[in-house]
Design a protein around this ligand. Sequence first.
Ligand code: DX5
Ligand code: ZN
Length: 228
Amino acid sequence: MSTANGQQTIIAPSILAADFSALGAEVGAISDAEWVHIDVMDGHFVPNLSFGAPVAKSLIGKTEQFLDVHLMIEDPQRWVKEYTDFDNVTFHVEAAGGVEESVALARALRAAGTKAGVSVKPNTPVEPLLEHLAEFDLVLVMSVEPGFGGQKFMPEVLDKVRALRERIDAEGLETLIEIDGGIGPETAVQAAAAGVDVYVAGSSVFGKEDRNQAIGEIRAAAEANAGA
Ligand code: DX5
Ligand code: ZN
């Protein structure tokens, strides 16, 4: 569903919170979600290590869902070529080395046939990116410090979401705003009102017995408050 201003409601469960020994079945259990969010961590850019390209790639062809890769790694320029078979690849502006470098990397990803996202950590401002939003298919606003699931949502990052929404709507762009960290039905209400399109949810989906029911609850909360 989308609002008059084009705001969408897309749910992207993060498999970081899934049972890795049964990844195929876990993805099968989130069939009501449009996207699957895949968190790659290198133990350097963030203090945690998750998995790399071979594990991520094992999902290609196993589902029709949009595969959304979130690279929390240093030197993304070196590694993105491993990920161009995914639907979207998001890297961090802090790891890319700045805005100019991020625009160049996004262009390279798009030229390779994938969508390109750029992410900002909670303390990284979004203003320097506002002039360049047409270069990115999405902007991922982190609402926790990246590295771990199950952390508490930081509502102060919603100012960045509002600034992005305003600029995207004013310019009539299709760039999506994604939020990641501490999202569940309650925090999705605030995120939707601020203008988020894509809701990443790890523990609030995979921590529940019925994953699709949990997805439905986040979706209902978001749709009822989009553009509020
Ligand atoms: C954190 C990851 C998130 C994480 C979210 O660094 O980028 O995608 O899995 O987990 P929850 O939803 O539990 O905060
Ligand atoms: Zn993530």
